[in-house]
Structure formats: C-alpha cells, structure tokens
Design a binder for this molecule. Structure first.
Ligand SMILES: CCCCCCCCCCCC(=O)SCCNC(=O)CCNC(=O)[C@H](O)C(C)(C)COP(=O)(O)OP(=O)(O)OC[C@H]1O[C@@H](n2cnc3c(N)ncnc32)[C@H](O)[C@@H]1OP(=O)(O)O
Length: 153
C-alpha cells in the first residue's frame, strides 16, 4: 500500500525518517485507517536503549514523521487534493512532545496510530499512540505546519 510519503516531491523525499529517497533512512509510510492514520515500523537490533528495548529518541523520530505524514494526509483531504506522484501537501514539525509510558520491546512490529485532533488552513495537531505487541508504550503530540513547494530551497 502507498503511503503519503510516496507522493512527496523528490525535494521532500530525502527525510531520514520517512523519505523514500534516503538510502540510510527508515522509509516510514503513513496511510489512512478509517478516521485514523497508521505507520508501522520494525526496529533493528541496533536501535537498542537497554537490551530488549527500543531507544527513546528513535521512537520520538518515528512519532515525528508519523505526525507530519498524518498532517499531510489531513490537508490533502481538507483541500480535496488528489494524491499522485509529486503532488502532495508537505508539512514540517513545529512542535513535538513525547511521553514514554513504558519500555517498548524491540522484538516485533511497532504500530503508531494517529488522530487528527485539530486542523486549520495551515496547522494541524496530531495525537499519536505507539503500540508494541498491542500495548500502548508511548504517546505523542505533534504540531505540523504546511509549507510551500520552495520550502528550504
Ligand atoms: C525541508 C524539509 C521538508 C520536509 C518534508 C516532509 C518530510 C517530513 C518531515 C519530518 C519532520 C521533520 O523533521 S521537519 C524538520 C524539523 N522542523 C523544522 O526544521 C521546522 C523549523 N521551523 C520553521 O521552519 C517554521 O518555524 C515553521 C514553518 C514551522 C513555522 O513558521 P512560519 O511559516 O513563519 O509560520 P508561523 O506563522 O510562525 O506559524 C504557523 C502556525 O503554526 C504555529 N506554530 C509555529 N511554531 C509553533 C510551535 N513551535 N508550537 C506550536 N505552534 C506553532 C503558529 O502559532 C501558527 O498558528 P496559527 O496562527 O495558524 O494558529
């Protein structure tokens, strides 16, 4: 299944977390699951914090990109933008807050669920829930801001 990141223009597809063109990155893909958004990720052994558990900065990174991807999906829906190659809204992170509720096991798939909590014409707030083995381990809140095509050029 294609994620929102598959539609970003190449300039926006270099992100370490979710850029499809970053050979060293995580290649996260974010897509709708009903009214919510989903990103899945399988941690590697070297993402260890203490043996058996995922490094918290890594989890923040995954939540960050899930937030901007979810916001881009929400803006596409709000503005009736038909997603196709090189045609998708792009957002950057203005704010990222993370709460670690319990250690996240490293041996298995992680799922991040997003809820579009607020959206106006330029800014979206996304609430994220990160699950491992069905257990809620981390929550996050991301403020993402829509940026123009020439952002960062
Ligand atoms: C090349 C990469 C491509 C990336 C392409 C996609 C790949 C995914 C990216 C992954 C995530 C990242 O790592 S992104 C990289 C890390 N992030 C950044 O480097 C962003 C640096 N910051 C900025 O460039 C700027 O501050 C912006 C674009 C976020 C906002 O500046 P602006 O364009 O002047 O807009 P501004 O009017 O100030 O703010 C717009 C709205 O957002 C609110 N707002 C602004 N900052 C905050 C904040 N910290 N916390 C809460 N809310 C905030 C304002 O109140 C306002 O709300 P209201 O009045 O509308 O209510």
């Amino acid at each position: 299944m294609k994620g929102i990141q598959d539609y970003y223009h190449d300039h926006f597809a270099q992100c370490y977390g979710c850029g499809r063109l970053n050979e060293h990155g995580h290649h996260l893909k974010t897509y709708w699951d009903g009214e919510h958004t989903i990103t899945k990720f399988i941690p590697k052994e070297y993402h260890t914090a203490i043996p058996g558990f995922v490094y918290g900065g890594m989890l923040a990174s995954v939540i960050d990109c899930h937030g901007t991807g979810s916001a881009a999906l929400a803006f596409a829906k709000q503005q009736n933008i038909e997603l196709c190659e090189h045609n998708a809204p792009r957002c950057v992170t203005a704010s990222l807050q993370v709460k670690y509720l319990k250690p996240t096991p490293i041996d298995g798939e992680i799922e991040i669920k997003g809820t579009i909590a607020k959206i106006n014409e330029r800014k979206a707030t996304i609430v994220a829930e990160l699950y491992a083995g069905g257990n809620l381990c981390v929550t996050g809140e991301i403020v993402a801001v829509l940026v123009p095509d020439n952002f960062g050029e």
